[in-house]
Design a protein around this ligand. Sequence first.
Ligand SMILES: N[C@H](CCC[C@H](N)C(=O)O)C(=O)O
Length: 336
Amino acid sequence: MVQLRKVHGSENHFFLLDQTTLDQPLNDGELAALAQQVTNPQTGILDGADGLLVVNSSAHANVLGQMRVINADGSEASMCGNGLRTVSRYLAEKNHTNQFKVETLTADLQVSRQNDLAPDVPAFSVEISPVRFKPADFPFTNLGDGALIDQPVPAFAAGLNFTAIAVPNPHLISFVDEDTMNSDILGKLGAHLNGHNDYFPDGVNVSFAQILGKNQLFVRTYERGVGFTNACGTGMSATSLAFAMTHPHLGQFDHTITVYNPGGMVKTKVHQAADRYWIDLIGNATQTHLIEVDEAQLHGANVTTETATIEPTTEETAYLKFVDQLPKVSAIAVKK
Ligand SMILES: N[C@H](CCC[C@H](N)C(=O)O)C(=O)O
């Protein structure tokens, strides 16, 4: 029997699998098949999830593990901000330490345990980088041959400006008013740019942001490979950087930015040094269920209520209590 965990950052839900506990790690095809099966509300368990976080060993110095991210549709992403917080907590508790690095597809990222956000609501800070802007980094086409920063793109939506930032997974961001936030524009644009389109051949995470005040945002994201999620960590991080770059009198570098989302709230801090940017993403790392299943069922993409034993923790109740005491900033409800 091996252990699987159900975890979330701001109600962006994942199953977490530590492959170092397996006799035989899953190959890439098996990982994609398992992600699609177990995250599907119909075929999986616990109302499904937004993706699968895979922990492997790392040979890099001062690095406690490697994180891979498989979206619900089986596609692999280079980064996952909410997921990295939960992987960091898992590795911190497994190795009895609170500050270290985690290897991701393009960089070893600094992570550290933070004070609990509330009783039984553990929190971590994770580095989001590298940050890129060139069309080839997404990739995107037909939007000019330089960075896309605060530009109108009528083909996407009339009257909106867009910014493209890769962290390093690809993000398209627009600052919008409340009516636009509550309209179907984000869902339609997200579906279009993640289907057959002339701009983002590999898809893109699309975020709409409302500016609530100085260093305060509400962000909603239509994620590549998933659709609407309650929060997207890299999306909120990229949006915070776009905020500081395009609204410098409201979004400040090196200041804490509070980012509300349909699943709760995180904090970000955007930094700029000579030739690079990076973002700190701080928020909950909640573990809602411990799951026991035979390794063979993982290889066979067959984790169901028949094959797995599922134990809830007390942390979801604690997290919802934390969310209840937050200011009500949006009518957009949590997606189950
Ligand atoms: N859907 C994303 C990966 C998950 C990122 C998101 N869940 C986060 O917390 O950053 C992509 O394909 O780039």
